[in-house]
Design a protein around this ligand. Structure first.
Ligand SMILES: NC(=O)C1=CN([C@@H]2O[C@H](COP(=O)(O)OP(=O)(O)OC[C@H]3O[C@@H](n4cnc5c(N)ncnc54)[C@H](OP(=O)(O)O)[C@@H]3O)[C@@H](O)[C@H]2O)C=CC1
Ligand SMILES: Nc1nc2c(c(=O)[nH]1)N=C([C@H](O)[C@@H](O)CO)CN2
Length: 232
């Protein structure tokens, strides 16, 4: 039975991917700051929910030592902090963005590389953003740290080849957050050649594509409805 590790699995895309990997017969380990009712409803013999503080490096390393003893086939870096602005109020916020989007993925990749290399199809997938390449300046530090993650993804592709394939997925507007205004939703959809909220299925389809295609590593796949080349 293949085993996947997903970070940030309590809601939205992380929860969606957890649910669908379980449905496909995977064993799934979910890292979360705190579980949710939706995630708890998936509890069963093939789901391992691990609650920890992403910012406590000793907790992360202890967790990795436990997980590295098992077979591991897929690592998805999904956890993310979505905040706007340049100063985001304090250097603490910038530190959080750096930690979640770069330091945590780099640590997990390093600590779990050997376990993934023992798989006959070891894969790492980083969730980045179309704005990692050409930033939305309203989200300057978020975009900068996602750009850093994009670059880390390529370094790990070089470092872990040929045993482990490493790629990123760059979503466009998948699913708005509750605090999105009606006006901002309209504007976002106007910016996309395919003007609809995609939901999370297109991302899961892309995960399946990356797993199935043994000749893809070191790349980034846009799943954005054409938003990155919008008319405006
Ligand atoms: N939704 C969209 O339209 C787009 C999404 N993406 C990317 O796709 C991925 C999934 O998106 P989505 O599901 O909307 O993401 P969320 O905003 O729901 O965040 C994903 C997970 O990250 C964890 N998280 C949230 N805030 C923090 C924080 N402050 N510190 C640490 N962890 C935190 C949570 O996991 P938990 O609480 O379980 O620990 C959460 O479930 C993300 O990497 C996102 O950047 C990129 C472009 C568009
Ligand atoms: N961690 C997150 N990152 C992003 C989200 C999100 O909800 N969580 N959403 C976007 C979308 O662009 C959305 O805001 C619609 O524009 C980008 N990244």
């Amino acid at each position: 039975m293949p085993h996947a590790l997903i970070t940030g699995g309590s809601r939205r895309l992380g929860l969606y991917m957890t649910e669908h990997l379980l449905a496909d017969g995977w064993q799934v380990t979910v890292l979360t700051r705190s579980s949710s009712a939706e995630l708890d409803r998936l509890r069963g013999e093939r789901l391992n929910i691990v609650t920890l503080d992403y910012y406590q490096l000793d907790q992360i390393k202890t967790f990795c030592q436990q997980i590295a003893a098992q077979p591991l086939d897929l690592l998805i870096h999904n956890a993310s902090l979505f905040v706007g602005g340049v100063d985001t109020g304090s250097s603490e916020a910038f530190g959080q963005l750096f930690h979640i989007h770069m330091q945590l993925p780099a640590l997990l990749n390093t600590e779990l590389a050997a376990a993934l290399a023992r798989s006959d199809n070891g894969n790492i997938i980083h969730m980045t953003d179309i704005y990692a390449e050409n930033p939305n300046s309203d989200y300057a530090l978020y975009c900068a740290t996602k750009a850093g993650l994009e670059n880390l993804s390529k370094s790990f592709a070089k470092l872990l080849a040929p045993q482990v394939r490493v790629n990123s997925i760059q979503p466009g507007a998948l699913k708005f957050l509750p605090d999105h205004s009606a006006e901002s939703k309209i504007q976002v959809l106007k910016d996309s050649l395919l003007p609809h909220e995609a939901g999370f299925e297109p991302i899961f389809q892309t995960v399946q594509y990356l797993l199935a295609n043994s000749f893809i590593t070191g790349t980034a796949i846009k799943v954005d409805g054409g938003r990155s080349i919008s008319r405006n």
